[in-house]
Design a protein around this ligand. Structure first.
Ligand code: C2O
Ligand code: CU
Ligand code: CU
Length: 498
């Protein structure tokens, strides 16, 4: 008797399912998601910035710089000791107070200072010894973003330094000149510590001739957005957003409302997007062209003429602006494509008789064309939003190795930014301990300024990119989305290189 009831129930269930299968709502559902896919693909073609945030509640305008404050130029860190072959530094993560707003002390974090950090300079061929001190009241790590370094010294979430502790790392500087940076990477706490001020620049130099002078006609611009509360304090917990924290207040090198005085000559600007999630499309107020000479990993094969450049979190670009082309009295500004003023310039009358130039690199890229033809051996799928972000359907687990690769061998990775029902968002995908080459984006050759070394690649929703990745050193390295809240929410994996 029971069995018959079960069979009958089963038949009814089957009938209902097959009937539903023929019903139109199901078909519509299928079509609807198809439409969504098409829409987000259309969005990619326009490659517009806002498309990347379609459907995500992320439209916080940034306030323009009034230019009332002189741009802070970070000091060069003094070495403890330096010879031809060796250099010793001490870097101390500390708490302090900074006068960002006139007459107000803001609680901040910094390296060897109360806010942000100095520029650490390393020369190719040197052995570097860096003493890392944690004077904070919480754990931290020191990560060298873009540096070719072994996994132990790379400063990922495994190499925590407890409050009051210190540690020394030693490594050989093996890459060509580049503008890199360093920041903390403790598991789940990166966004907050960077937001509070922990970030510094790391310059790699080599023996290529270069007549630009730091602070004269060669300036770093660390671009960040922040939100301050009524007491002008940084209250991360109050403003954090699981899809990336934005702020309406612009800081460059920690300076509010910055301006920069330049001579009428060629000036090199080393741009770093040090924001937690905001993307910037940067141009000059009169639409004048500039040259991009370097990307994340160093000099491009040849300078590329541009009139705007997009930087997603953690990306760098070195650009050269020829200020001799501006008329006296002309107002020149670095701007965003939406009209926000980032940095007004003041032009000094004098120019230089001798132009600053940089020797042209012969062939900076060592990943061969042959290696770039290899089959895809690693697939990375970026998906989700907010707390649901994942890579290949998984969240970060520090006890799980997701991928392996052989030291010195080039592998082709394919990275896909899977759109979601709301369109999806841009994910800047970053790998530690390496500089890679972009082979293609959606099957096409990347634009010229993405043909140099990169450590972060920005993917619009629906984008699929192929990159050629080689690790020179061994160890366990992170790869992750560089929206810092996505990283903290587990959009990160680990690769073991042996
Ligand atoms: Cu800027 Cu995991 O790095
Ligand atoms: Cu990194
Ligand atoms: Cu992301």
């Amino acid at each position: 008797m029971k069995r018959i009831v079960l069979i009958i129930t089963g038949l009814i269930v089957l009938l209902v399912i097959s009937a539903c299968g023929n019903m139109s709502p199901f078909d519509n559902g299928g079509q609807m998601s198809g439409d969504h896919m098409n829409k987000s693909e259309d969005g990619n073609d326009s490659s517009s910035n806002s498309m990347g945030m379609m459907g995500h509640d992320h439209d916080m305008p940034l306030q323009s710089s009034t230019g009332e404050n002189k741009l802070n130029i970070p000091p060069m860190l003094k070495s403890d000791k330096e010879t031809e072959d060796e250099v010793y530094y001490t870097i101390d993560a500390q708490q302090g107070q900074t006068e960002i707003f006139d007459g107000v002390q803001t609680e901040t974090l910094g390296y060897n200072s109360s806010f942000l950090g100095p520029v650490v300079k390393l020369k190719k061929g040197q052995t570097a010894h860096i003493k890392l001190k944690n004077s904070l009241d919480e754990e931290t790590t020191f990560h060298w973003h873009g540096l070719i370094i072994d996994g132990e010294a790379d400063g990922g979430p495994h190499t925590v330094i407890e409050p009051g502790e210190e540690r020394e790392i030693t490594f050989n500087v093996q890459q060509d000149r580049a503008t890199l940076w360093f920041h903390p990477h403790p598991e789940g706490k990166t966004a907050k510590q960077v937001f509070s001020g922990l970030a510094g620049l790391l310059y790699i130099e080599d023996d290529l001739e270069d007549t630009y002078e730091y602070g004269e006609n060669d300036f770093p611009l660390i671009i960040q957005d922040r939100t301050f509360n009524d007491q002008k304090q940084l209250d991360y917990e109050a403003v954090k957003d699981p899809d990336g924290t934005m702020g309406e207040t612009l800081l460059i090198n920690g300076t509010l409302n910055p301006r920069l005085t330049v001579n009428k000559e060629k000036v090199r600007l080393r741009l770093l997007n040090g924001s937690n999630m905001r993307n910037y499309t940067i141009k000059l107020s009169n639409n004048q062209n500039f040259e991009q000479i370097a990307s994340d990993g160093g000099l491009l094969n040849e300078p590329v003429e541009l009139n705007e450049i997009q930087l997603t979190p953690s990306e760098r670009a070195e650009i050269v602006v020829d200020f001799s082309q501006f008329k006296t009295g002309e107002e020149v500004k670095l701007m965003m494509d939406d009209g926000t003023v980032l940095l007004p310039f003041k032009l000094n009358e004098q120019g230089k008789d001798s132009e600053s130039e940089m020797e042209q690199r012969k062939n900076p890229v060592t990943i061969s064309d042959e290696a770039m033809q290899k089959q895809v051996s690693k697939e990375i799928n970026l998906s989700g939003m907010g707390h649901h972000v994942s890579i290949n359907g998984k969240k970060f687990d520090k006890d799980r190795i997701d991928l392996t690769q052989k030291q010195g061998e080039t592998d082709v990775w394919e990275i896909y930014n899977e759109p979601d029902m709301m369109g999806g968002m841009i994910h800047p995908f970053h790998i530690h301990g390496t500089q890679f080459k972009v082979i293609s984006i959606n099957g096409e050759e990347p634009p010229k300024n993405l043909q140099g070394y990169k450590d972060t690649i920005s993917l619009d929703p629906g984008d699929k990119a192929r990159i050629a990745v080689k690790f020179e050193e061994t160890g366990t390295y992170m790869y992750h989305c560089h929206i810092l809240e996505h990283e903290d929410n587990g959009m990160m994996g680990q690769i073991k290189v042996e």
